[in-house]
Design a protein around this ligand. Structure first.
Ligand SMILES: Nc1ncnc2c1ncn2[C@@H]1O[C@H](COP(=O)(O)OP(=O)(O)O)[C@@H](O)[C@H]1O
Ligand SMILES: [Mg+2]
Length: 233
């Protein structure tokens, strides 16, 4: 793990593997928004899931990756777990990265495939814990998941709507008018998870709109959330 020690990055590629270190305390804008929303509204959709114990989080991530792998999903093989780091086989290129450099047609095809895979995961009774476009990878033509770091088990029935919300928000980044988000929703299909998310967002969207004046500090997350609310309305 010398490569990891020498790098400022969270994960470092070493040959056909990725070495990933334990997380530091996380306090980005999304985490603050999420914590604030959960504490004021007590809606499980926003319950914090980031790890308080970074070493336990790595072991949890390894276990969740293995669970998805047993379910037939393409995920990295776990080569080694220690309290400080994970060693994972390379599972392909981040879809988010591919999206950044892709044309509109490729983006649409990718979003539809990711939505279909997320729907399959959810139909199988599983969840990812976040499922943003950064958590999907493409290896050759095989689509799969990485980064199962967030433990959504404490969310119970809300783990899957939460996956869907974060997935849609990550697409909203590429879709100012919401068209791509609507395509993703169509490709996801009519799972009860979608209705469950729509119902909650209908209820809280006025509150989200009311937060608009704070866009400067919470800007992108809020804007994406508004696009998702509108696409699901
Ligand atoms: N097994 C893997 N296969 C392919 N890419 C990986 C793998 N593990 C990590 N990466 C790359 O490293 C980045 C950071 O790793 P990730 O597990 O997403 O940690 P985090 O997002 O919590 O920092 C990923 O976005 C991806 O680009
Ligand atoms: Mg990641």
């Amino acid at each position: 793990m010398a490569a990891l020690a020498a790098s400022p990055d969270r994960a470092v590629r070493v040959g056909g593997y990725w070495a990933k270190r334990a997380a530091r305390a996380q306090t980005n804008a999304w985490h603050r928004l999420q914590k604030c929303a959960f504490e004021t509204l007590r809606i499980k959709l926003f319950a914090p899931t980031w790890a308080e114990d970074p070493s336990a989080a790595l072991a949890g991530e390894a276990a969740r990756l293995e669970r998805l792998g047993r379910g037939g999903f393409h995920v990295p093989d776990v080569a080694r777990v220690t309290p400080e780091s994970l060693l994972l086989a390379d599972a392909g290129r981040e879809v988010h990265e591919t999206m950044r450099h892709a044309d509109a047609e490729t983006r649409l095809a990718l979003v539809r495939r990711c939505a279909g895979l997320l729907a399959k995961l959810h139909r199988d009774g599983l969840w990812h814990g976040r499922a943003s476009l950064r958590d999907f990878v493409l290896q050759g033509d095989t689509l799969g998941f990485i980064d199962c770091e967030e433990d959504a088990s404490r969310l119970g029935d809300w783990a899957r709507p939460r996956d869907l919300l974060l997935f849609l928000q990550s697409i909203a980044r590429f879709s100012g008018d919401g068209a791509l988000v609507k395509e993703a929703l169509a490709a996801y299909g009519d799972l009860a998870v979608k209705a469950q998310l729509a119902k909650t967002l209908r209820w809280i969207s006025p509150a989200i709109r009311a937060l608009s004046p704070f866009r400067q500090s919470l800007g992108r997350d809020l804007k994406q959330m508004l696009i998702v609310c509108e696409a699901l309305a």
